[in-house]
Write a protein that binds this ligand. Structure first.
Ligand SMILES: [Zn+2]
Length: 80
């Protein structure tokens, strides 16, 4: 094994996501767009359900949970 050169970078990522952190690829908003909400802080689009289930991957300080549905609603917006 040859050390660092063995690290394979997967460049087969769709170009549309290039300006976003790689991880958001796993966080595409599900379902119809009318259900999407944007994180107030980073503008990532997810559904309420996803925010409560996954939290915002870019904003770990925003603690979105099902128990905190009001908070989640407050910290996200449907005006994006
Ligand atoms: Zn965010």
């Amino acid at each position: 094994m040859g050390g660092m050169d063995d690290f394979i970078v997967d460049d087969e990522v769709e170009d549309v996501g290039k300006d976003k952190p790689r991880d958001t690829k796993a966080y595409n908003a599900e379902g119809p767009a009318k259900n999407w909400r944007a994180c107030n802080k980073c503008r990532l689009l997810l559904t309420m359900e996803q925010f409560m289930r996954l939290g915002c991957p870019n904003c770990p300080d925003l603690l979105f949970t099902e128990e905190e549905a009001d908070y989640t609603k407050e910290k996200t917006t449907d005006e994006y």
